[in-house]
Structure formats: C-alpha cells, structure tokens
Design a protein around this ligand. Sequence first.
Ligand code: PLP
Length: 335
Amino acid sequence: MLTDDYPRVELSHSPTPLECLNNLSQKLGGPKIWVKRDDCTGLAMGGNKVRQLEYYIGDAVAKGADTILTTGAIQSNQVRLTIAAARKLGLGVEVQLEERVAGRPKEYYESGNPFLMNLMGAKIHHYPVGEDEEGADRALYGYADELSKAGKTPYVIPLAANHTPYGSLGYVQCAEELLEQFKQQGLEIDGIIVPTGSATTHAGLLAGLRALNSKIPIYGFCVRRDQESQAVRVLAKAEKVAEMIGHAGVVSQDDIWTNDRMLQPGYGKFNEEVQQAILLSASCDGLLLDPVYTGKAMAGLIHLVESGHFKPGQNIVFLHTGGTPALFGYPELIA
Ligand SMILES: Cc1ncc(COP(=O)(O)O)c(C=O)c1O
C-alpha cells in the first residue's frame, strides 16, 4: 500500500460498499450513479473522518500521546468521531466547539452530533468565533500546553491548512480501495463527486488516484469557502500528500475542479437545491444526506447531470462522507 510507511490505528470497517443508486439514476435519466458508502465506516455512526483519524491518531500514538485535542463546529462530525476514536483506544480527549452558524434553533445545539458527543463524554471548550481557523488552533494549542504542564502528552489535530495532512492518507487508501472495486465490478468511472471542506478527503483521494495512474476526474463541491480559495487549498494539500507517499509531482493544477454554487448561503446553511437533493435521495433510494456536506455535494452532482455534463451510458461515483447525525439539528428540512 502507498501508505505503509505511516503508523495507523484500525478504526474503520472497510472496504465500504460501492452500490448503484438505481432509482436516482433512473429519475435523473443521465449516467449511472454509484455511491461509495463511507457513511458506513463503522465507528460511532461513521463518516469520512474515521479514515482520516486512523492516520492522525496513528501518528499520535507513535509519538506517545495520551490525550487528543481537536476543534470544529457545534455539529462537527470531526469532533464526534475524534471523541469516539479516543474512547475506543482508551485515550483522553478534549474538544473545542466553534460558533460557526448564527441563528440556529435549539435542536442544532442539542441533537445529532452534540448529543452524541455528550453521550460519549469529553471535556468540551467553546470558541466564540466561526471563521478564524488560526485563532481556533491557537486556543487548542493553549489547552494542549496546560495538559503538558499537568504531565500529560497531548496531540493536536488542527484545523488550519498549515499542518502535515496525515488524515489524507486515509483517502489515499480509499483511492486504492475504489480502484480495486471498479476492477472487480468491471466499471469505467467518468467522475467522482465529493464535498470539499478542509480538503483532507479531496486531496488524499486525488493524490492516491494519480499515484496509481488513474486519471478519473474529481469534482469538489465547496462546503466552507469560495471555489478559488478552495482550489488553492486542495492543490497545496494534494501536492503535499503526493510527496508524502513518494509520488511528488503527480498532481497538477489541471486536476483541480472546485465549485461553490451549493455553498450558498454559507457554511452550515442550505439553499433550495440542497434541500431538494436531500429529499430526492431519501425518497428515491433511502439514502440519507446531511445539509452541511453531503447534501451540497449531491445537489452539485444533480446539477452536473441536469446541465448535461454527464451523459447516459457514463458512470459516476458519489462519495458519501457521512455526517447524517447533523440531520437532527436541522428540523426545518421537512418543515
Ligand atoms: C460529513 C462530512 N463530509 C465532508 C467533510 C469535508 O471533508 P474534508 O474536511 O476532508 O474536506 C466533512 C468535514 O467536516 C464532513 O464531516
């Protein structure tokens, strides 16, 4: 495997299934739509963060850490799954929750991810701002300093882009898994659609595919920032990951495709197209998507199909990155 040189802890159920969304494909009348079920990675309701945590916590354990720290939104899947991973591995855990989305009802603060965080238990800090990645990381390193002074060995999984993206190695591994599944099922794939936020998933998948000589395009639908800033972030991270796995130079600017149409009106908020995509996926195939990440990527996929970018006879893959617990923080989706 391309990632063999890096320490990993086992947390995920993999390979995750690759299934055809027959009803949605038929309804849209375009390409055959497949779904890679990374919402089924197993740990504490699953999601893409489980694969990423295998390598972050692998690094943490190799460095002798006994306490993991991370930061995210109130409905953060990253925070939920970091707590779960720490609990499973018998490590301490401190998390920070940021106020990223204004004007949410009480369910946003109490149901879904925050409910599960409290169920599993962790020391929870609060950060009053939502658009300050460096500031949120600084606060986290401050808590880590306090832990060090108390004799602990903390390990921070930061938010900002300036750290070694160990988590992307989980998606290098997913690229290997997908290519094997395409081979087994005799599939020629014309595109993979992903939500792109920290870009850890997008960058890992891209670097992994190109390192394995696959030219399949990846379509990243932005969930956090505009498409120009996101493209810069994805390229920088993918180049770094390619270097980490001994394939420096396999990723270029031409590989980067980002679109922010579905980001509107902003992080953690949804528009009409996203709501329709969530309702359509649920009613067609019983596929549950969330309004923060996967609903946006599916709305993007539907837009690409309806605008004729993909044609009947082609095959496309939707990477389901999880996040479904957040549905319970958005009761207005079916209001
Ligand atoms: C469910 C879900 N999907 C997608 C993403 C975006 O993935 P990444 O941060 O690796 O770009 C996240 C990140 O928080 C997530 O929780």
